[in-house]
Design a protein around this ligand. Structure first.
Ligand SMILES: Cc1cc2nc3c(=O)[nH]c(=O)nc-3n(C[C@H](O)[C@H](O)[C@H](O)COP(=O)(O)OP(=O)(O)OC[C@H]3O[C@@H](n4cnc5c(N)ncnc54)[C@H](O)[C@@H]3O)c2cc1C
Length: 387
């Protein structure tokens, strides 16, 4: 019997799983790939578009260049999944049946119920989002002057917030634009929960780029002109970008599988199987069991690695073989601050934390490697100058 395997999402999780499934599956299954965009976005480099929107050509890879001709692609928005009927519902009213489903639809921005935030903040989850940030920063700079600079406030100092603030600084310095940049983090240090040496190295570079860092107090409210921080601080803004956290996508809230009650991310075993034996989940939309008490991190690195293993496990499930457990192995962190970068605990490099040209080259190399894996070396070579 031919099984129907359906993959949702064309991010790291979805694109990686398609490649793994195509490599492993014979004629025993048909593959259908569904995403609301018809390209793979290299989201972990998307902030580059803030300073240079033409980078979008390099960080979007058409799905047709990734999948094999035998895989059916449906360009559509998933609005629900019925696990009892084994169907996926799309926004155009159609449904797609599956025997095995892999959910890889990423996450959306969490606003934590902060008053005014959802209405007034820009977010960074799609290509349109980053292009909107570029336009907002450009327009604010045009209307500002040296005496009265425009103010960009970035809320949340994780991977995306730090790299966004660094990229706005790049925009400002390349164009000598009259901009003030503030990075606001509620916890006590930027890049919370990470190594203090790395936090210090990032802080040093952000401050060298004239990014004002405010830590230790949470954003409590936002209106059309101001961000209210802690009990008694307020920041006027022209552009507000919020990167303060992630939560699950709305389309999975009604799915009958075990999930986190508050953020709707799907619970998955280390085999990627959810509480429904026909449904697997990876990437930012999933909370994948790992040794210890923390799930796998919501990073591109983890999603891509998981995707390869998830594809193999779906093939094992189809063949009635035991599934293999996956453990995330951190290969290190490389974070850009504009054209500069900081690398930390990178495999096979003996220095724990460093910046400068080598870190910058590593960051470029990671993006190029990604593109080479997804679409071949030619694409990586074409993209190299703009990475
Ligand atoms: C600015 C920024 C910088 C980052 N930097 C790094 C970094 O340096 N290193 C790192 O490891 N990670 C980084 N990350 C995190 C990383 O990008 C995510 O962890 C990663 O994208 C997760 O992969 P994913 O496939 O689960 O989700 P995504 O890449 O978000 O892909 C989700 C896919 O699902 C599609 N989709 C969503 N909803 C629907 C729907 N309803 N119907 C159909 N399709 C849908 C989307 O269009 C997309 O194709 C960064 C993130 C940002 C925003």
């Amino acid at each position: 019997m031919t099984e129907n395997v359906v993959v949702l999402g064309s991010g790291y999780a979805g694109a990686g799983a398609i490649q793994s499934l195509e490599a492993e599956l014979g004629r025993e299954a048909d593959i259908t790939w569904i995403s609301d965009v018809d390209y793979h976005l290299v989201l972990h480099e998307a902030h580059r578009c803030i300073s240079d929107p033409s980078v979008k050509e390099q960080i979007t890879v058409p799905v047709e260049d990734i999948k094999s001709p035998a895989t059916r692609f449906i360009h559509g928005e998933v609005v629900g999944v019925d696990c009892a009927d084994r169907t996926v519902s799309l926004a155009d009213g159609s449904t797609v049946s599956y025997d095995y489903l892999l959910v890889g639809i990423g996450s959306r921005t969490a606003f934590f119920g902060i008053e005014g935030l959802r209405e007034h903040a820009l977010t960074l989850k799609s290509l349109d989002d980053v292009l909107d940030v570029h336009e907002a920063v450009r327009d604010a700079a045009r209307e500002a002057s040296r005496d009265d600079p425009a103010r960009v406030v970035v809320g949340g100092a994780g991977l995306s917030g730090i790299q966004t603030a660094g990229e706005v600084a790049e925009f400002r310095d390349e164009r000598r634009a009259p901009l003030e940049i503030h990075l606001v983090e509620g916890l006590d240090e930027i890049f919370p929960g990470n190594d203090p040496e790395l936090q210090g190295a990032l802080r040093k570079r952000l401050e060298a780029r004239d990014v004002n860092i405010m830590t230790g107090e949470f954003v409590g409210e936002v209106d059309a002109d101001r961000v209210y921080v802690g009990d008694d601080r307020e920041l006027e803004y022209d552009v507000l970008v919020w990167t303060g956290g992630i939560t699950g996508r709305d389309c999975v809230t009604g799915m009958d599988v075990r999930k986190d009650e508050r953020n709707h991310r799907l619970n998955a075993e280390a085999t990627f199987r959810t509480s429904d034996e026909r449904v697997f989940a990876i990437g930012d939309c999933a909370l994948i069991d790992q040794p210890g008490d923390q799930p796998a991190p919501p990073t591109a690195q983890a999603a891509w690695d998981a995707a390869e293993h998830a594809g193999k496990n779906i093939v094992r499930a189809i063949r009635g073989q035991p599934l293999e457990r996956w453990t995330h192995k951190d290969k290190g962190t490389v974070i850009s601050v504009g054209e500069d970068a900081v690398a930390h605990d990178v495999l096979m490099i003996p220095i724990s934390t460093f910046g400068g040209p080598v870190a910058h080259l590593l960051k470029k190399g990671i993006a190029a490697r990604w593109l080479a894996d997804v679409d071949g070396v030619d694409r990586a070579i074409r993209a190299w100058p703009q990475m």
